[in-house]
Design a protein around this ligand. Structure first.
Ligand code: NAI
Ligand code: MG
Length: 335
């Protein structure tokens, strides 16, 4: 085997979309040995913990993981697995390219946007307490250090990808200190990238503009909560959650996963669209330098979508998750 990566099948549709994605990677000729670890609901049932140490150790060792979505038990005293994973491995940058794909009915065409979300603090710092009966406080943390790290990531990404503008989406009119610090820190880093235009727009106005004309933005840089919300909005612009990939990247490890969750409403039925995770796997290949293979997989996905014959129900078809995997494996361009 050429590579050894961690695989987290996850909950709900996770095992289905990860199996489909592995099938395409195998068909492309990638020799990957998967170290398979459970996290989420399945892990709670087996080990009592939603995020066992073995998962973190495996990712630390392999440095790369492909992850299905996990269900975080709500209100049972467990904190979010995703938040825990991102914090434990300091996967501070969440990268979510939002691109139109051929043959997909969607509100917009030619969308080509990058969402970069700070992944370790903000309102998702997980610090909440009840200060008096009927009064809960959720703490939003913004630090110069984390803001600087995500800003550096955003400008380096923009530079590498030939993008010209980075827009900070914020709410500094209300959260003057926190979001104010975020903006000031990003602007300091921006000074090192004079060839990239940097601007700041209030996040509610960003939502409006995205709905009206997504070409208004190039790279959007957001704190954690805003990034989560705007990512799903972005998915809506290009045809839904079944199509939008993502990556959680740190200095020593990276975890690739789709934007969508475990979709309990369709789990176990073979109806899940595996393309979002396959595109996440293509990001993984790009990240490790297998750029030609990443391009092959993206091209094959585009071919199958454009043909419109093998589509899952979310895209108006009746194909199963594994039908889509087989079609994409078949359509891989020759090497
Ligand atoms: P969701 O993304 O799982 O589902 C929202 C809607 O989109 C559902 O109607 C679902 O059927 C549909 N959908 C999502 N992915 C799809 C796909 N690949 N193909 C076809 N349809 C798809 O969001 P929801 O329902 O809010 O969350 C369900 C669970 O997932 C929760 O426990 C949540 O905490 C977890 N979650 C986990 C994430 C992760 O592990 N990265 C991210 C988001 C949510
Ligand atoms: Mg989300």
């Amino acid at each position: 085997m050429e590579y050894r990566f961690t695989l987290i099948p996850g909950d709900g549709i996770g095992p289905e979309v990860t199996a489909a994605t592995r099938e395409v990677l195998r068909a492309a000729g990638l020799r990957i040995e998967w170290e398979i670890h459970d996290a989420g609901q399945v892990a709670v049932e087996q080990t009592g913990s939603p995020l066992p140490d073995a998962v973190l150790d495996s990712i630390r060792r392999n440095r790369i993981a492909l992850k299905g979505p996990v269900t975080t038990p709500v209100g049972k005293g467990f904190s979010s697995v995703n938040v825990g994973l991102r914090k434990a491995l300091n996967l501070y940058a969440c990268l979510r390219p939002v691109r139109s794909l051929p043959g997909v009915a969607s509100p917009w065409r030619d969308v080509d946007l990058v969402i970069i979300r700070e992944n370790t603090e903000g309102l998702y710092s997980g610090l909440e307490h009840v200060v008096a009966p009927g009064v809960a406080v959720a703490v939003k943390i913004i630090t110069r250090e984390a803001s600087r790290a995500i800003a550096r990531f955003a400008f380096e990404h923009a530079k590498a990808e030939g993008r010209h503008r980075v827009t900070i989406a914020h709410k500094a009119s209300v959260m003057r200190l926190g979001d104010g610090l975020f903006i000031d820190t990003v602007r300091e880093v921006a000074a090192d990238y004079p060839f990239i235009v940097t601007d700041a727009v209030e996040v509610d106005n960003v939502a409006l503009q995205l709905a009206q004309d997504p070409s208004a933005f190039d790279v959007l840089l957001l704190e954690n909560l805003f990034g989560d919300i705007v990512s799903d909005l972005g998915a809506g612009l290009v045809g839904g959650l079944g199509l939008v990939p993502g990556a959680n990247i740190g200095d020593t490890a990276a975890v690739f996963e789709a934007v969508h969750g475990s979709a309990p409403d369709i789990a176990g039925k073979g109806r899940a669209n595996p393309i979002a995770l396959m595109l996440s796997a293509a990001m993984m290949l790009h990240h490790i330098g297998e750029r030609r293979q990443a391009t092959r997989i993206r091209e094959s996905i585009a071919t199958v979508l454009a043909a419109g014959r093998t589509l899952t129900p979310d895209l108006g078809g009746s194909a199963s998750t594994m039908d889509v995997a087989a079609a994409i494996a078949d359509a891989l361009p020759r090497t």
